[in-house]
Design a protein around this ligand. Structure first.
Ligand code: ZN
Length: 427
């Protein structure tokens, strides 16, 4: 079966949207007025008829909506799903997320759907989902995306079971992941606090999602005569994918008009062909590549320059205290001892190799790094502290809880999972 096609007889009148970046389809679904209408049909009822490829978010829309009122009994007034998503996007804009990531709303229950209780977790394991169902939570924020790799079917594995149970239980799933890593005041800034007073900045900068929009290049040139200007503007304005501006400025004894042409990528060659016909103009042409500007204070990883240098032993103790861990793993840099001084610390929550490799610093702090990446760091005199992957992330959820509670104006109960934990422990 071709992706996105539907077997007519299996899902009558359904409005069901399975979204992926470029694909979306809808059908109408008629709910039967039987006792089972008090609960949505199991997801297998909806999905067994579909061959799914590259499914990385699930959105089920049912119109009209005979579905029951939200299933929890909390006394809070609750908020629309859209408002909760909007609050999360405000705290960690999805535009900051890495391009390979899968952030945002991943499971959207059918409307009407009010959110009264949110559970925050680092990882959405089966234990955490059971906790959420027991607590009658209707919205889970899982820092790591519960749907990451494309799913072809929702059977068999524990990750698929989690998604099926969330849909059957009418629980929305949302993941902020690398948007939360990059945003100012996010996971990496929380982790950087472990080091103590320091000036902190991103290891690289996220780029603005808005500017320069669709324009890839700007072509600039000067025109001496009004007659030339009129004809060249007419020709430029006839091109697709360009935006033309000009202004006249005094140049020496006379006046010149400076023309700027914003070009979408395919329009650059057409613009240059047109300008090449006029050699006097062509000699003044400059082509500028338009890059998105960096977002101040946002980006992956952090470099921290301590206000006062501390010994490695002190840095390790501060890290343990901040992360509430009794043990971390330490690799001393070449020629370092526990009494060596630390002035600069590069920090990356989670798995830090790709972000930290090659960064000049006295100390790396991250959740995990490969053996060989640790050897590379140690060889150049950089000590490494590893605290296990999610231990370098989970503590941020307490800050997220406070921030989200404020954003939701107290209308939604926000709580931390009690069963979420790093799978590794020192025994
Ligand atoms: Zn992680």
């Amino acid at each position: 079966m071709k992706f996105g096609s539907i077997e007519q007889s299996s899902v009558p009148d359904a409005v069901l949207s399975l979204q992926e970046p470029s694909t979306r389809f809808h059908r109408n679904f008629e709910q039967q007025d039987t006792p089972s209408r008090m609960l949505p049909p199991p997801i297998s009822h909806w999905l067994s008829a579909f061959s799914l490829r590259n499914l990385n978010r699930v959105s089920c829309l049912v119109r009209p909506s005979p579905l029951p009122a939200p299933r929890n009994s909390h006394t809070r007034s609750g908020m629309e799903l859209k408002a909760v998503v909007s609050a999360l996007e405000k705290l960690a804009p999805p535009s900051l997320a890495e391009s390979w990531d899968n952030v945002g709303l991943l499971v959207e229950p059918s409307p009407p759907f009010a959110v009264r209780s949110v559970l925050l977790t680092n990882d959405l394991t089966e234990a955490v989902l059971e906790e959420a169902l027991a607590k009658k939570v209707d919205f889970i924020v899982s820092y790591h995306p519960p749907i990451f790799r494309a799913l072809k079917r929702l059977t068999g594995g524990w990750k698929e079971r989690v998604i099926v149970k969330a849909v059957e239980g009418r629980v929305a799933l949302y993941s902020p992941h690398t948007a939360c890593d990059c945003v100012s005041g996010g996971v990496n800034d929380w982790l950087a606090k472990a080091i103590g007073p320091a000036s902190v900045s991103p290891l690289s900068h996220s780029l603005s999602a808005q500017f320069p929009g669709a324009w890839a290049h700007r072509v600039e040139f000067s025109v001496g005569s009004e007659a030339d200007l009129g004809s060249i503007l007419a020709e430029l304005n006839s091109l697709q994918g360009v935006d033309v501006h000009y202004h006249t400025a005094r140049s020496g004894a006379g006046e010149q008009t400076r023309v700027s042409v914003n070009c979408m990528a395919p329009a650059l060659t057409r613009t240059m062909k047109l300008l090449a016909r006029e050699s006097a103009i062509y000699r003044t042409v400059q082509v500028l590549q338009l890059n998105k500007p960096p977002v101040p204070d946002a980006g992956p990883g952090r470099i921290c320059t301590l206000s006062d240098p501390v010994t490695i032993a002190t840095a390790v103790q501060r890290i343990k205290t901040h992360l509430r861990l009794s043990h971390v793993r330490l690799a001393l840099g070449a020629r370092c001892t526990l009494d060596s001084l630390v002035l600069s610390v590069a920090v990356c929550a989670g798995s830090g190799s790709s972000v930290l490799n090659g960064v000049p610093a006295d100390l790396f702090l991250t959740g995990e790094m490969s053996h060989h990446d640790v050897l590379d760091a140690v060889a150049v005199g950089t000590s490494v502290v590893l605290c296990d992957h999610s231990n370098s992330e989970r503590g941020f959820l307490s800050e997220l809880k406070e921030a989200l509670t404020g954003q939701l104006e107290g209308k939604v109960k926000v709580q931390l999972s009690e069963t979420d934990r790093d799978p590794l422990e020192i025994v």
